[in-house]
Design a protein around this ligand. Structure first.
Ligand SMILES: C[S@@+](CC[C@H](N)C(=O)[O-])C[C@H]1O[C@@H](n2cnc3c(N)ncnc32)[C@H](O)[C@@H]1O
Length: 252
């Protein structure tokens, strides 16, 4: 049987039922919200890949107007079912296309979601769309992992992420270092059966993101190793990067 093609909605549609309970969804949400609020000016805010509203809803509770873009109806249905979910405007579609009106003082994309754009071309298009939708003193914040190619042996990886009495969670991946693509399945095995949660990413190094920013007329303002403004360095596994328009300064 031919595999179904993976598209921009596949990840969300398959994971929505368990997303909010996943052990790997970051526990640092409060610090992320703090950081984003401090960079939002007066708003409005736009989140790319808004998902179930993990970050957007606390920002709404703080009084910000928050819009979002997402490709997965199942993820957005979860957001809508939560308190405040009706106050968020969500455009359904691919955030590489930025089919949304208005300008935003903060645009952000968290939890490696930028890498859901599977080609360099789509990632550059996204940066350009962001630049068009930022206010003059607006900021673009990306939270993403720093690629670690030592995770792969001969272009693949199989690892256990959780082993319990009633369930085993495995991560299986294949890696294409030329396209910078990783195709993965989170495999959950229980006595009731097997569940598959597919995810594909096109990773980029921080330096490549900075170059894409330059192509879009943006520049790096700050880079941290996490939402608590930990120092970023050669051993950092992740980064939170803040971009602004080249030639534009906003007071802190
Ligand atoms: C890892 S979840 C993150 C959700 C939320 N931002 C958070 O931090 O909890 C990624 C979300 O981005 C959406 N997504 C991934 N690629 C997308 C794309 N190209 N266009 C629109 N949405 C996308 C998925 O449907 C999913 O809701």
């Amino acid at each position: 049987m031919a595999d179904r093609p993976y598209d921009v909605s596949t990840y969300g549609e398959r994971i929505a039922e368990v997303y909010d309970d996943l052990p790997r969804v970051p526990a640092n949400t409060e610090r992320a919200v703090e950081f984003l609020a401090a960079n939002a000016g007066r708003g409005p805010i736009l989140e790319l890949g808004i998902g179930t509203g993990r970050l957007a809803l606390p920002l709404v509770q703080r009084g910000f107007v928050v819009d979002g873009i997402d490709a997965s109806p199942a993820m957005v249905a979860r957001l809508r079912a939560k308190p405040g979910g009706e106050r968020v405007t969500v455009a359904m579609g691919d955030f590489a296309d930025m089919a949304i009106a208005g300008r935003f003082s903060l645009i952000f994309v968290a939890f490696n979601t930028f890498f859901g754009l599977l080609t360099q071309e789509a990632q550059i298009r996204c940066f350009r769309g962001v630049a068009e939708h930022l206010t003059d003193d607006g900021r673009f914040v990306i939270e993403a992992f720093v690629p670690d190619l030592s995770r792969f042996t001969h272009g693949q990886r199989v690892g256990a992420t959780d082993v319990g009495v009633d369930a085993v969670h495995l991560e299986t991946s294949v890696h294409d270092p030329v396209a910078q693509r990783v195709r993965s399945q989170q495999v959950v095995i229980t006595e009731r059966g097997v569940r598959l949660y597919p995810v594909e990413v096109r990773y980029a190094w921080p330096s490549e993101l900075d170059l894409m920013a330059r192509l879009a007329g943006l520049r790096l303002r700050e880079r941290w190793a996490g939402w608590s403004r930990e120092a970023f360095g050669a051993s950092s596994g992740a980064h939170v990067s803040v971009y602004e328009r080249a030639g534009q300064e906003r007071n802190p």
